[in-house]
Design a protein around this ligand. Structure first.
Ligand SMILES: Cc1cc2nc3c(=O)[nH]c(=O)nc-3n(C[C@H](O)[C@H](O)[C@H](O)COP(=O)(O)O)c2cc1C
Length: 330
């Protein structure tokens, strides 16, 4: 049985790259796509920003043919603004539009957007309906279990949003109050999956960081697919490793040092292509230590990578890492 969102066929048990602000931009998405991810999302985009034509928001609409299927994620507090933003996002022709009802950070959730809609389900339903009516594309939603421990209302959310036409739901197994603390609890996600009223795909999200966990939670929580965020940062190989396990039951070896260098270099090249030399080099600095996590004696190289300004010098350091570091994958 393959999983479908509208007409988009995602194959059996798809793996999704989570939308992550300042992370899941085109350069990062490129390396995830190379490693077998089945579906990706942009970073969240402010609906206010889109209708004001703010450069930061508009740049996030950049999507590429090779990325398909790809969803554009938007958030906002005003139904009218969300309606307009949906039309704008639809014009760049993504495969779907995703609404963010999960962001817990203050300047989103305390301004009536993101997870704060979990406190006003009537408004969430009206907003979702407006988005669905403003596009011919499938609309999906990403949310959390509820606002806090006393208001875990995702069951009602799932039923009512399906009724107004969403085509898939991703649930992060935390409440807004939890932010990113504690551990994700997927039991309520399973309850929703088991609800006979729910016919749309339900994707589980939160804390999947290994092949074993993906395999165990697939069985235990009965989800239609898994969305992975943090574990893919600096380790896009997680997608190919999980997919390989599902296909063969065997474990792929982790990436060699040469592969780490190659992917890191590709990420840097794409960063420069998309953001320009200066910003591309600068914004890549946050990724180096992730690509070489667990590699012994890396500190010296890290210091160089995050301070060098000339791309040829950076390539030189990457080449030296490849030659000099002897690292056997776990
Ligand atoms: C740096 C960062 C940025 C994020 N930005 C977004 C975002 O733009 N939209 C969204 O829906 N969730 C965002 N999230 C939440 C993730 O999509 C995901 O729900 C969360 O990290 C839990 O999944 P994980 O344990 O696999 O990382 C962000 C998370 C992180 C760590």
């Amino acid at each position: 049985m393959t999983v479908k969102i509208g007409n988009i066929d995602l194959g059996e048990f798809p793996l999704l790259l989570a939308p992550m602000e300042d992370v899941s931009d085109p350069p990062f998405r490129y390396v995830c796509k190379q490693n077998g991810v089945d579906m990706m999302y942009t970073e969240f985009i402010s609906s206010e920003g889109l209708i004001r034509d703010a450069a930061k928001s508009v740049q996030k609409l950049d999507i590429f043919e090779y990325e398909r299927p790809i969803g554009i994620q938007i958030f906002g507090s005003s139904i009218e603004t969300m309606r307009e933003a949906t039309s704008i996002a639809t014009r760049v022709n993504p495969d779907l539009i995703d609404i963010n009802y999960g962001c817990p950070v203050k300047n989103v959730a305390c301004r009536g957007a993101g997870a704060s809609l979990l406190q006003d389900i009537d408004k969430m339903v009206a907003m979702t309906k407006a988005v669905v009516e403003s596009t011919h594309l499938p609309v999906t939603v990403k949310t959390r279990l509820g606002w806090d421990d006393n208001t875990k209302n995702v069951r009602e959310v799932a039923e009512r949003l399906q009724d107004v036409g969403i085509k898939a739901l991703t649930i992060h197994g935390r409440t807004r109050a939890q932010m990113y603390k504690g551990s994700a609890d997927w039991t309520l996600i399973r309850e929703i999956r088991r609800n006979p009223r729910i016919r749309i795909p339900v994707f589980g999200n939160g804390d999947v960081d290994s092949v074993e966990k993906a395999a165990n939670w697939r069985m235990e929580y009965e989800v239609d697919g898994i969305m992975i965020g943090r574990a893919a940062i600096g380790y896009p190989w997680i997608f190919r490793e999980i997919k390989h396990f599902f296909k063969t039951g065997g474990h792929l070896e982790g990436p060699t040092i040469a592969e780490r260098v190659e992917v890191c270099r590709t990420h840097l090249e794409k960063s420069i292509q998309w953001k320009g030399r200066r910003t591309g080099i600068f914004e890549m600095r946050r990724h180096y230590s992730n690509y070489f996590k667990g590699v012994p004696d890396f500190k010296h190289y890290r210091m160089l990578l995050v301070s060098l300004e000339d791309v040829q010098d950076i390539y030189g350091v990457l080449d030296e890492i490849k030659e000099k570091i002897d690292f056997v994958p776990a």
